[in-house]
Design a protein around this ligand. Structure first.
Ligand SMILES: *[C@@H]1O[C@H](CO)[C@@H](O)[C@H](O)[C@H]1NC(C)=O
Length: 285
């Protein structure tokens, strides 16, 4: 863990945030004009995928009774930091699922995957943020969260940091989940297969809404989710490459896990009568 600046972070806990804001402002000026069409292509949904804005730096996905929609990066990446600003389907979004994920070639049968999935809800009720990590085809590592804001009112930044030591999920720079490389304990880590960044909006009311109790209200269609300011950083000397949890990060992660986590496979005894998965036994946070 940690680099020599950890102590500083604890003592002057505002300084890193100011630095972070400056870094973000700089990176927005440098990379902010990213046109979605430069880096992404549509995966399904035809006209339901739209890029707009003077520089094509906004994108929307929509879902109706006939189809959802999605896009994927043109390139594959082996490690990186992936940021996307998203504004989720507003109003009655029950049965809709908006995703942001990295996935290796699914046809290998032993695919790797890192998932954010936002499960909609009836008006006024909270979204569920569902996360999962698949390593060489093995998943079933769900953790679910509530958000501490309404994700349909404004854009928020959802990020995945993926390096050789860990996978971190962040919401507005706050780490909500960390999956540490436990290869030394025999748990496959995602590091052999490059992945593409995907996003989609689709309908899954049988799965997403309390076991199908609430149906998607198609009279509200089309449902729309909005995207802007994506950033993909693969510079091996970038900050994310050495990104590890400092004291502030650990404190924030504990805060989220304590007050906003609603499901953790590592605590679900009924599911693992033979004992918890190996990575749960080495869970550090
Ligand atoms: C929808 O809201 C209800 C009530 O707050 C909650 O119990 C349920 O988990 C929510 N469903 C989803 C998919 O987030």
């Amino acid at each position: 863990m940690g680099n020599s600046s950890n102590g500083d972070h604890e003592k002057h806990s505002f300084a890193p945030q100011i630095v972070m804001v400056l870094v973000l402002m700089l990176s927005t000026t440098v990379h902010g004009a990213h046109h979605f069409d430069n880096s992404f292509q549509q995966t399904f949904g035809g006209e339901r995928v739209k890029t707009y804005g003077s520089r094509g730096d906004h994108l929307s996905l929509s879902l109706d009774q006939y189809s959802g929609s999605g896009f994927a990066s043109k390139k594959d990446y082996l490690f990186g930091r992936f940021d996307m600003q998203m504004k989720l389907v507003a109003g009655n979004s029950a049965g809709t699922v908006t995703t942001l994920y990295l996935q290796s070639d699914p046809s290998t049968g032993r695919h790797d995957e890192i998932d954010f999935e936002f499960l909609g809800n009836v008006s006024g009720q909270p979204y569920t943020l569902h996360t999962n990590v698949f390593g060489e085809g093995k998943g079933s590592r769900e953790q679910q969260f509530r958000l501490w804001f309404d994700p349909t009112k404004n854009y928020h930044t959802y990020s995945i940091v993926w390096n050789s030591r860990l996978i971190m999920f962040l919401v507005d720079e706050i780490p909500i989940r960390v999956f540490v490389n436990h290869e030394k304990h025999g748990v496959p880590f995602l590091k052999k297969q490059p992945m593409k960044l995907y996003s989609s909006l689709w309908e899954a009311d049988d799965w997403a809404t309390q076991g199908g109790l609430v149906k998607t209200d198609w009279s509200k269609a089309p449902f729309t989710a909005y995207y802007r300011n994506y950033n993909i950083d693969t510079e091996r000397n970038g900050h994310w490459w050495n990104h590890d949890l400092d004291a502030t990060g650990r404190r924030r992660l504990r805060w989220v896990q304590r007050y906003y986590m609603i499901y953790n496979y590592c605590k679900d005894a009924n599911r693992f009568p033979q004992g918890y998965p190996t990575e749960c036994k080495h869970y550090r946070f």
